[in-house]
Every structure is written in structure tokens, then in C-alpha cells.
Design a protein. Structure first.
Length: 215
């Protein structure tokens, strides 16, 4: 496939615990690189030295116990630094940005999961990144029980992964309701399938979306 219109795009990947984001991000990266698309791959929370320190605090299992609001403000503090020093400069240089989670995760985890008002989260998003929004968001959707089994098999669980089942159900419902609200931006993949099947779904999605986005 030849890229004819390389207006830089902002692509994000979302999903609950152990859905396979890290695994699938690598595939997306490989596909975009094969098209000679200049690409920056990053993640949230994180992506900057400050953001990575905030990420470590957010995932820390013991001691800190941030309130839901403190947690929300920490992810947005990391995001403020990330958007203005990494994401926007990359897009301005003409690079595509592929990001492991973005503001949709705040709606899903802090909004639907922790119960913070979606209006408050939308206001923070307007303040922190009023004009930066993903062009495409891929939801890797899986039954939370399967995702948690995969996360457990991988190793020790972080602070989020130690939550109870209703939290993960609420996060998943939160993502699915965002898909319903903005169906043009979202693509959903059944991430409960085996790895080969998930990669086939992702390849088909990317072929279709990139063709449309670059013609
Ligand atoms: N968070 C938040 O609350 N608010 C926000 O605004 C933001 C984030 C931005 C860190 O994110 C936490 O931050 C996150 C929400 C919160 N919650 N937690 N935890 P994270 O993205 O780093 O954390 P994560 O969701 O746990 O990602 P992860 O641990 O990197 O998992 P993953 O990337 O989705 O999965 P993976 O590492 O690719 O795969 C997990 C295992 O499953 C691994 O052994 C794979 O080989 C295996 N796997 C993957 N796919 C398959 C299939 N299809 N079949 C079988 N096995 C598979």
C-alpha cells in the first residue's frame, strides 16, 4: 500500500487489563513502519520523565492509596506534560503518534470505574488538550475475567489489577459506551480470540482505515 496523503494521524489503543495492548501495539508499529510512515510510539500514563514517575506512583501497590480525584489529577498532570512536550511536537513535525491509552482511559477508569463525574473529566480534557484528539481509537475488548487471567499469568498484579470484578465490568462498560457515542472514531476488536485471530482482525482494520485516511 502506498501512502499518498501523509497528514499526521493520532492513533490510540485502549482496553481493560491484559487485553494485549502491548502485544498489538507492536504489530501496529510494524505495519505503519512498513508504509514508511514516520512514527512516534508512546504511552499513558507516561511518555515523559515526569509522566513515567507519576505512572510509577499510580501503579504502586502499597502505601499511597490516592483518592479517586487525586488519581484523576495525576493522570491529567502526566497527560498535560505528555501532550505539550511529546504528542503535539511530534504531530507538528509530521510524525504519526501511536499511543497506548489516552483520555478515553480516564473516562473508563476514573469515570465509569471510580465514579467521578464524566463532566468533570470532560472539563479537564478541554483544559489539558483542547485541540488534540485521536483520529482513530482501537478498543481491544475482552471479558475482564479472561484479561485478568492473562495478567495474572504474566506476573505480579499492579494497584489497578488488584481491583474487584465490578470495577473491571464498569471499565469495560465505560469503553463500550464511548464507542456508541463516537462510532466513527472507534474500532472494536474481539481480543478474547487467540493471538493469530486478533492479529488478523487488526490487520484488516488497519488496511481499511489507513487506506481511507491516506487517500
Ligand atoms: N489508567 C487510568 O486509570 N487512567 C488513565 O487515564 C490512564 C491509565 C491513561 C496502566 O496502564 C494503568 O493505568 C491501567 C489503567 C490506568 N491499569 N492497569 N493496570 P497499562 O496500559 O500499562 O496497564 P495494563 O492495561 O495492565 O497493560 P498491560 O499490563 O501492559 O497489559 P496489555 O498490554 O493489555 O497486555 P499484554 O502485556 O500485551 O498481554 C498480557 C498477557 O496476555 C501477555 O502475557 C500476552 O502474551 C498475553 N496475550 C496477549 N494477547 C493474547 C491473546 N490474544 N491470547 C492469549 N494471550 C494473550
Amino acid at each position: 500500500m502506498k501512502v499518498v496523503n501523509n497528514t499526521p494521524k493520532f492513533i490510540t489503543v485502549e482496553g481493560g487489563e491484559g487485553v494485549g495492548k502491548t502485544t498489538q501495539l507492536r504489530l501496529i508499529e510494524t505495519r505503519l513502519q512498513a508504509l514508511n510512515i514516520p512514527l512516534l510510539v508512546t504511552r499513558e500514563p507516561g511518555g515523559t520523565p515526569l509522566g513515567e514517575q507519576l505512572r510509577a506512583l499510580l501503579l504502586q501497590k502499597d502505601g499511597l492509596a490516592p483518592t479517586a480525584m487525586a488519581e484523576l489529577l495525576m493522570v491529567f498532570a502526566a497527560r498535560a506534560q505528555h501532550v505539550s512536550t511529546v504528542i503535539v511536537p511530534a504531530l507538528e513535525r509530521g510524525e504519526w503518534v501511536l499511543c497506548d491509552r489516552f483520555t478515553d482511559a480516564s473516562f473508563a477508569y476514573q469515570g465509569f470505574g471510580r465514579g467521578i463525574s464524566l463532566e468533570v473529566i470532560a472539563q479537564l480534557a478541554d483544559i489539558v488538550h483542547p485541540t488534540t484528539k485521536p483520529d482513530l481509537t482501537i478498543l481491544l475488548d475482552v471479558d475482564p475475567e479472561i484479561g485478568l487471567q492473562r495478567a495474572r499469568a504474566r506476573g505480579e498484579l499492579d494497584r489497578f489489577e488488584r481491583e474487584a470484578a465490578p470495577f473491571f465490568e464498569a471499565v469495560r462498560a465505560g469503553y463500550l459506551s464511548q464507542v456508541e457515542r463516537e462510532p466513527d472514531r472507534w474500532r472494536v476488536i474481539n481480543a478474547g480470540a487467540d493471538l493469530e485471530n486478533v492479529q488478523r482482525q487488526l490487520d484488516a482494520l488497519l488496511n481499511e482505515w489507513i487506506a481511507g485516511a491516506t487517500s
